[in-house]
Design a protein around this ligand. Sequence first.
Ligand code: UDP
Length: 233
Amino acid sequence: MCEVLYEGKSKTVCRGPDGGSLILRYRDSATAYNGEKKAELDGKGKLNAAISHKLFGFLEGHGIKTHLLEAQGDTAALVRKADIVMVEVIVRNVAAGSFSKRYGVPEGSELKNTVVEFSLKSDELGDPLICESHITALGLATKEELDEMTRLSLRINDLLCPLFARAGIRLVDFKLEFGRAGGELILCDELSPDSCRFWDIATGEKLDKDRFRRDLGDVLAGYADVLRRLADV
Ligand code: UDP
């Protein structure tokens, strides 16, 4: 087995074969509400690895630099080591989740523009929403980095929305993480039903982690459906 450097909530980071890379292992652990709700979902790691690798490969093919070097087996990847920006980017096409709750707008409400927001990457503090001047004041990222993260996030959204539409899926919202490597920002972490909201375009059925958060039934049936549909587009 690999030498564990860091154990996250759903992934384990191991030392890579050289100083410039890491091995990322997707586990079956599921957590929600900042770790209050936990479960082991047999096969989740494999599904998330497959979905994330497919999406990162697609984005790479369209000029977005990512940390993914190569998939390793069913549940792991060799990734480029990066200095992770401690700010998460959330992109929203439709109101849902914390946005709906905070502003009192029903889930599914159309938005007049795509929302890009930042949250502090801190489990202890519950990933609070954070604004640009707070981020720069705390030295978490520079103004130039924030502008670049916003530009890349909107470009990723523009690439993913039509891809998911072809799969009959509405890309409601998603979370991105970036890292600094070789003097530029690259897309890190994962893109999976754990970090995105995916709704069936025709029925509105949720195919993502809300199935787990809200006890909506067979969680992994939704994840497997996303992977199956992506195979055809
Ligand atoms: N998200 C995530 N990790 C987080 C917070 C949010 O991957 O720590 C994703 C979440 O799955 C959703 C989007 O970001 O696709 C927006 O989440 P929201 O702010 O609505 O928070 P939630 O409803 O998950 O509390």
